[in-house]
Ligand binder design. Structure first.
Ligand SMILES: Nc1nc2c(c(=O)[nH]1)N[C@H]1C(S)=C(S)[C@@H](COP(=O)(O)OP(=O)(O)OC[C@H]3O[C@@H](n4cnc5c(=O)[nH]c(N)nc54)[C@H](O)[C@@H]3O)O[C@H]1N2
Ligand SMILES: Nc1nc2c(c(=O)[nH]1)N[C@H]1C(S)=C(S)[C@@H](COP(=O)(O)OP(=O)(O)OC[C@H]3O[C@@H](n4cnc5c(=O)[nH]c(N)nc54)[C@H](O)[C@@H]3O)O[C@H]1N2
Ligand code: SF4
Ligand SMILES: [Mo]
Length: 889
């Protein structure tokens, strides 16, 4: 058995993974982190570890469909090209659009961009990176004249101070977090400051947590710039020789942050904690400031990025070991997408719409026409679909019906549009439900190509499984459509290698002249042979004559990509978020991620062990706010904004600050009745980058009144449309549903019984328990073979038995008589164990098991828990929770 080395399908850390295919027929694999990959050095997080459970064929889109009918590929391609062609002929190139994704491989992305901009001749191609990295891109370009991430992961290990702002690193970039944590353990002098309106798992390693008011980082960093100047902490020589615009920026900073007290007022922090943070920054040369969506997803995200960069330029802390601003990218190929020009305001190879760039790219592509101005960014692009100005949209590798703000409007727009083309590897998503044409793509493990991680490192994704049924590679589908449109010659690519070579060549094309150099240059890779491309080792761009082996750190020579070669200070007038709370919508809704799910769950929800840590969409709220509104922990609540509503379970926690709520972004119509976060999030955007403010929506919250609550566990999936609240959770041998109903509880069993009758067979058996006065109902169905097939538990409120032991009965096989009695009693009377919510996803260890072991065996450390139960010994993501259990014991 030969291992295949590839890169993880998920986050921008870009971990290397070694795969062993156990059985290609059943698609069974084992995997481990690649020891030699510079991003992870053998580590993986819970999501990477569970990738093997996501490569099955369950839920895959396997055949092309047009208007709901299965068709041959040739017909699907003809249909796509035909529709595009006739719309373009009648309404011009700007009447069609592509909406693509940072989860496409660079090669897929390159041809999509080339087709739209260079051959269709419109720049109406935008990407979900608009919702993710576009403020960072815009901030980099304003400061450096290029979209350059200066540093590398090693800088985090070499720093003396790491500031994590707007980043829940522990859950979203877990392997980077593990590296920071390991460095801190080795060298306790390495200090970590977390800046976040809520306490997160990342705070576990924080020496200081600034729990600032939502959206106020601009004030904090403007105040820091002023402080650095007043306390003589500037690198004056660097500022003078390598930058421009310092005085104006300082003046602007002082205007919005005249003193620490005013920063404290705006950020709702103590003056003392701000002073301590400023003093730490001023005193620590080796400082890295890491930022992610808490900064980018804001109506002034670009300004916040520049407020941070300003402080690094003022202290000369950039391009040096252990120093620099560091934008952590989200998706596996967020960076690759920027390199090929996937955003509507970029061209290709880090070129823009300057006349000489347009000319250069057109000559290189030898294209008949080329877009000569930026296209529509994601939010206005979907508005144009709603208005009927865009008449055909091709969506690839993203799920906008869930992930765009004001998603109800997006859904309505796509419903109205007659030409919605969706390329996806998964059959049922909220977006595929709206498609007129469905194109089945290969997925992770079946495709070949490259991705670029947060530290500019290009790694190969390699295929280890064959494409199932009729699935095709994204690049092939795009090239086929291009061919049908008459552009066959320019899209005559036979492999990802062909495309990569052209992409690499373009990056070096006329990229030498002084003052006009571009940062992105991988021209040294343009002549790789097919086998060299196959064997390509992870390498950080630029990779050119000067850096044939790649380059760890940019700006070491203190030269930037502006015409003058100097970096720009940007004057920032700090802004509060655009939408303010009001009496109707008095709470601020913050949204983001949880540890074990990836975005809209199309893949992570297939992995049973990733569905156990957090099973339902929830809303975090401060205890005092909950007390004021008389809301109870775990009750169902309705959240409403100007845009829409959703229903989630309340989670009362001190981690939240007063007036703020937090709901994860993941759940949608495939997994929950009313959990789609996009339907409430406001579509307000940053004026420079166009990135939506997904972290700040004014909302209201009230109890969602249900007559009864319950849960069902079944060996087979059930249809439960009858109930107005449901959440679906997939386990290894069962499907678990949380449900609640508004009408009489007696109405519940019919649909359930109907479906169970088939499971029962002829000689199966029903057990039922009814207590009409207490409104408690339980039931179980056993098959002819005595196997437990389905159970339900209903009650008048959400205080129901623990689910873990019930689910374990499904894994157990045949049940004993006492198991049966337990089921009716609603508790494990004898012998059974409530392991509780799964905390360690890697080894499936539950909360109750851990708490019990801590108590009974007097476990006092993470190591002791690890030795005893294995929990926390693989990816380590659960360690913050384990610590809480120890301290509460
Ligand atoms: N488990 C998991 N990991 C992922 C992903 C996933 O879906 N699941 N997605 C990947 C992708 S595409 C991305 S973009 C990254 C995102 O990675 P992160 O940006 O780390 O993740 P988020 O949870 O979106 O938001 C980060 C934090 O910003 C905080 N925040 C909100 N408002 C503010 C503010 O005004 N100021 C500050 N300083 N902080 C604020 C939130 O409370 C939250 O804790 O994660 C990647 N990794
Ligand atoms: N409220 C709120 N909304 C947010 C955010 C937030 O923090 N809060 N974050 C935003 C951010 S940062 C991001 S990145 C977006 C992510 O949002 P999306 O991009 O919409 O989320 P995904 O679930 O990753 O969607 C990827 C889709 O591509 C499919 N897919 C996987 N592999 C392939 C492939 O190889 N080819 C093709 N064609 N399809 C494939 C998957 O099945 C899935 O349907 O969400 C944004 N929306
Ligand atoms: S840290 Fe990111 S890239 Fe690494 S294994 Fe986890 S999800 Fe995959
Ligand atoms: Mo993202």
């Amino acid at each position: 058995m030969k291992s295949v080395n590839t890169t993880c399908a998920y986050c921008g850390v870009g971990c290397g993974i070694d795969i062993d295919v156990i059985n290609a027929g059943t698609r069974s694999i084992t995997l481990m982190g690649t020891e030699s990959h510079p991003a992870n050095l053998g580590r993986l997080c819970s999501k990477g570890t569970a990738l093997g459970d996501t490569v099955g064929l369950q839920d895959r889109l396997l055949h092309p469909e047009v208007n709901g009918r299965r068709v041959e590929w040739n017909q699907a391609i003809t249909e796509v090209a035909g529709r595009l062609q006739s719309i373009i002929a009648e309404h011009g190139p700007d009447s069609v659009a592509f909406y693509v994704s940072g989860q496409l491989l660079t090669e897929d992305y390159y041809v999509a961009n080339k087709l739209m901009k260079g051959f269709i001749g419109s720049a109406n191609i935008d990407t979900n990176s608009r919702l993710c990295m576009s403020s960072s891109v815009a901030g980099h370009k304003r400061a450096f004249g290029s979209d350059t991430v200066p540093g590398c992961y090693e800088d985090l290990e070499q720093a003396d101070l790491i500031i994590l702002t707007g980043s829940n690193t522990a859950w979203c970039h877990p392997v980077v977090y593990q590296r920071i944590k390991a460095a801190k353990q080795k060298r306790p002098d390495l200090l970590v400051v977390v800046i976040d309106p809520r306490a997160t798992a990342t705070c576990d390693i924080a020496d200081m947590h600034l729990k600032l008011a939502s959206g106020t980082d601009g004030f904090l960093f403007n105040g820091l710039l002023d402080y650095l100047s007043k306390s003589n902490a500037l690198d004056k020589a660097f500022v003078q020789q390598n930058t421009q615009g310092f005085e104006v920026a300082l003046h602007a900073a002082r205007k919005s942050a005249p003193d620490i007290q005013s920063v404290a007022t705006n950020c709702n922090l103590q003056a003392g904690e701000i002073a301590a943070f400023y003093a730490l920054f001023a005193a620590t040369e080796k400082t890295v400031t890491v930022y992610s969506q808490g900064i980018n997803q804001s109506s002034s995200g670009t300004d916040k990025v520049n407020a941070i960069i300003n402080c690094h330029l003022a202290t000369g802390r950039i391009g040096k070991i252990g120093q620099g601003p560091f934008s952590l990218t989200g998706q596996p190929n967020a960076m690759g997408g920027r390199e090929v020009g996937g955003l509507a305001n970029q061209l290709a190879a880090h070129m823009d719409f300057a006349p000489e760039d347009i000319d250069r790219v057109q000559r290189f592509w030898d294209s008949p026409r080329i877009a000569n101005q930026p296209g529509l960014k994601a939010i206005p692009l979907f508005e144009a679909v709603a208005e009927g100005k865009i008449k055909a949209i091709w969506i690839m590798g993203t799920n906008p019906a869930v992930s765009l703000p004001n998603a109800n409007k997006v859904v309505a727009a796509l419903k109205n549009c007659e030409n919605v083309i969706v390329s996806d590897c998964v059959r049922n998503t909220d977006t595929t439900a709206l498609a007129d044409i469905l194109l089945p793509t290969t997925g992770w493990g079946e495709k070949d190509g490259t991705v670029t991680n947060s530290e500019r490192r290009i790694s190969r994704q390699r295929k280890f499984l064959s494409a199932p049924a009729e699935a095709r590679h994204d690049w092939q589908i795009i090239c086929d459509v291009a061919g049908k449109l008459g552009f066959g010659q320019a899209f005559d690519f036979h492999s990802p290698h062909d495309i990569f070579s052209e992409h690499a060549k373009l990056s070096g094309f006329e990229n030498h002249s002084k003052g006009k150099r571009r940062d992105f240059n991988i021209s040294a890779l343009q002549s790789l042979s097919q086998s060299e491309y196959e064997a390509l080792e992870p390498v950080q761009w630029p990779v050119n004559q000067k850096y044939p082996k790649g380059c760890k750190r940019m700006f070491q020579n203190e030269q930037f990509y502006t015409p003058s070669g100097r970096a720009n200070f940007i004057p920032i007038s700090a802004q509060k978020p655009q939408a303010a709370t009001c009496s109707q919508f008095p709470f601020i809704l913050n949204t983001g991620r949880v540890r074990d799910q990836w975005h809209t769950m199309t893949r992570t929800a297939l992995a049973p062990q990733l569905n156990q840590h957090i099973t339902e969409p929830f809303c975090e709220m401060h205890p005092q706010d909950a007390a004021d509104l008389k809301l109870e922990d775990r009750q169902l609540v309705e959240i409403a904004s100007r845009y829409g509503t959703l229903i989630v379970r309340l989670q009362i926690t001190e981690q939240q600050q007063r007036g703020n709520l937090f709901i994860p972004m993941h759940w949608n119509r495939q997994f929950a009745a009313k959990g789609n976060i996009g339907s409430v999030v406001n579509a307000i955007t940053d004026p420079v980058s166009g990135q939506p403010e997904s972290k700040h929506t004014p909302v209201s919250i009230r109890p969602a009144n249900y007559q009864w609550h319950g849960f069902v566990v079944s060996r087979k999936p059930l249809a439960i449309e009858a109930e107005s609240y449901w959440v679906k959770i997939q386990g290894r041998s069962y499907f678990h549903y949380e449900i609640a109903g508004k009408d009489a509880v007696q109405n519940f069993p019919p649909w359930f019984k109907q479906q169970c009758r088939q499971m029962e067979g002829k000689t199966g058996e029903w057990l039922e328990y009814q207590d009409c006065t207490r409104q408690v109902f339980r039931g179980a169905v056993f098959s002819e073979r005595g196997m437990l097939e389905a159970v339900y538990f209903l009650g008048p409120d959400h205080q129901l038995p623990d689910r873990s032991w019930v689910r374990e009965l499904f894994d157990a096989g045949e049940l004993t008589d006492s198991n049966r009695r337990d089921l009716l009693a609603g508790i494990p009377l004898a012998g059974g164990q409530n392991t509780g919510k799964t905390v360690c996803a890697c080894f499936s260890v539950g909360e109750n098991t851990i708490r019990q072991a801590i108590k009974e065996k007097c476990l006092k450390s993470i190591d002791a828990i690890g030795n005893h139960l294995q929990a926390g010994t693989n990816c380590g993501s659960c360690i913050p929770e384990l610590k809480q259990f120890i301290s509460s014991a």
